[in-house]
Design a protein around this ligand. Structure first.
Ligand code: GDP
Ligand code: GDP
Length: 488
């Protein structure tokens, strides 16, 4: 028994490969088709997108309690995005054999004024992303003005909405649940998230309206490339957008075959339309004086979710801040192509320039792959360099490397620098394939755990060989032991 995560030869699955990739000679692309097929099922398991069920509603109506009820408090968090307050958390869930993701948007308490706006944003985001929306209302409190505002937003939704009337702990509250018919969101499902009452019926309903396949990214990929302008307040996002939009004769409102979302701005740059997403606030130059940082981060999140490439603006004239780094993390977690735009370059002198380089070395060295342009949204300096930088980042983001090339590369890398020993054995890296693009995601099949340091090494080598400038790259490892034929 070795200590490779409790695996021993007894529990090992048989893999029948015509060749053992670690020993054989591999120059025939045909062989890779066979191997790709061999691993395809597992890859599908890992990379096939699951439909998303978003749980939305006012604070304290019981969203988190319901999420815990749905996941049975057992499931691991698959994605936890720490923000200022808890942002969105996604969990794996299953009901009568149907797998899906539950997204909890709760856990925050914006002060009174920003509440309606924050929840409407939450609803709009869910409408964009989720496959089913569950609106939770506190049946005991009844429908509030905020609930009604959310319903007004949701009414435009093409995404199915299921209304959960929570806190119906007993028959006595059933009448209060029925009163929620008045919201005009269809049948209210009376539930008690705390006790589990009625949640089975609710889940039946959710699964019933869940699409067979999650919403297709391919549909959203049509039309002009989508750009998110992100960065902390006052960094120059609206100035940049106005500069870009102002330099052309007219802002495009319609692009053949696509309707432009009124919250987006389409601008023609280098003779091509580019769609700057979620810019309504920027265009109107609404000062979100009362806006909480949470609200700002929700907006950033929404923009990143709809974008393909992010232009992260950083104020070059001021020291880098925590907030800059947090937004950088959001871009990477969202898996978007990235361009760093150091703005207000007109204010940068020799001394500041020196300090900035040191700050960049210290704080941003974890994204050495990100393209960088030094611009001034005010004077227009170097703004024309944004387009080539976005093009390069998107090209990397879309890039696919053939399995044959990848494995020939892998063989050399592993021969020259094998993974470090674990539990007295050197894990073998059997096979690598690019599971997805946007961002490029690589799955390595191995006979043992690969340490973080070695995974970073693989990423570095991948980038060195194949490029990917401007795009995050994801590395995933599947431990899969091979039954040794001679040990039977
Ligand atoms: P969230 O802010 O919407 O995520 O709400 P929470 O899940 O944190 O719940 C808010 C409060 O309502 C907590 O004190 C819960 O215990 C309570 N609560 C949630 N569901 C129920 C329910 O079905 N019945 C009753 N009586 N209380 C509930
Ligand atoms: P936003 O909050 O990110 O949209 O930032 P704004 O575009 O509203 O800009 C905030 C302030 O910075 C405004 O006073 C702008 O005039 C100023 N600003 C924006 N870009 C530049 C720049 O390149 N140079 C200088 N000197 N000021 C700028």
């Amino acid at each position: 028994m070795n200590e490779d995560h409790g695996m021993d030869d007894g529990g090992i699955e048989e893999i029948t490969l015509d060749h053992d990739p670690a020993d054989g000679v591999w120059d025939d692309e045909q062989d890779w088709y066979a191997l790709d097929a061999e691993f395809a099922d597992e890859l599908d398991d890992e990379t096939a997108p699951l439909p998303i069920v978003a749980i939305i509603g006012r604070p304290n109506v019981g969203k988190s309690t319901l999420v815990n009820r749905i996941i049975g408090r057992r499931e691991a968090v698959v994605e936890d995005t720490p923000g200022v307050t808890r942002d969105r958390v996604t969990y794996d869930a299953e009901w009568v054999g149907t797998r899906f993701l539950v997204q909890d948007t709760g856990g925050w308490e914006p002060e009174g004024k920003g509440l309606q706006e924050a929840i409407s944003t939450q609803a709009a985001l869910a409408m964009r992303e989720a496959d089913v929306i569950v609106l939770v209302v506190d049946a005991v409190v009844g429908a509030t003005a905020t609930d009604e505002a959310v319903v007004r937003t949701l009414r435009r939704s093409k995404t199915p909405v299921v209304l959960a009337a929570n806190k119906v702990d007993g028959e006595r509250q059933e009448a209060e649940a029925a009163a929620l018919w008045s919201l005009g969101m269809g049948e209210p499902f009376p539930i008690s998230a705390v006790h589990g009452r009625g949640t089975g019926d609710l889940l039946d309903r959710i699964v019933e309206v869940l699409p067979k396949t999650p919403r297709d990214d391919g549909v959203r990929a049509a039309g002009p490339r989508r750009v998110a302008l992100v960065g902390k307040p006052n960094v120059g996002k609206s100035s940049l957008l106005n500069k870009l939009a102002g330099e052309q004769r007219s802002v495009v409102h319609d692009v053949a075959g696509t309707t432009v979302d009124p919250v987006d701005t389409v601008v023609e740059l280098d003779d091509r339309p580019w769609r700057f997403v979620d810019t309504a606030g920027l265009r109107r130059r609404v000062r979100q004086a009362s806006g909480t940082e949470y609200y700002a981060s929700l907006r950033t999140r929404a923009a990143l979710d709809s974008a393909e490439v992010a232009v992260l603006l950083i104020d070059a004239s001021q020291p880098l801040t925590e907030q800059d780094l947090r937004i950088l993390s959001m871009v990477i977690e969202a898996g978007r192509a990235l361009v760093l735009a150091f703005n207000k370059w007109d204010l940068v002198d020799e001394d500041r320039r020196y300090d900035l380089e040191r700050e960049i070395d210290r704080e941003i060295s974890r994204v050495p792959w990100a393209g960088r342009v030094n611009i001034s949204a005010q004077t227009g300096r170097a703004v024309h360099r944004l387009v080539p930088a976005m093009d390069l980042a998107l090209e990397s983001w879309d890039k696919r490397i053939s399995t044959g090339r990848l494995n020939n590369w892998l063989k050399e890398i592993v021969a020259a620098t094998p993974p470090p020993m674990r539990g007295g054995r050197i894990p073998r890296v059997l096979f690598v394939t690019q599971a997805t693009t946007r961002p490029p995601t690589f799955v390595f099949f191995t006979t043992g755990f690969l340490e973080a340091g070695y995974r970073r090494f693989l990423e570095r080598m991948l980038r060195e060989e194949f490029g990917f400038d401007g795009s995050p790259v994801r590395i995933s490892v599947r431990v899969r032991e091979k039954k040794q034929r001679n040990k039977r």
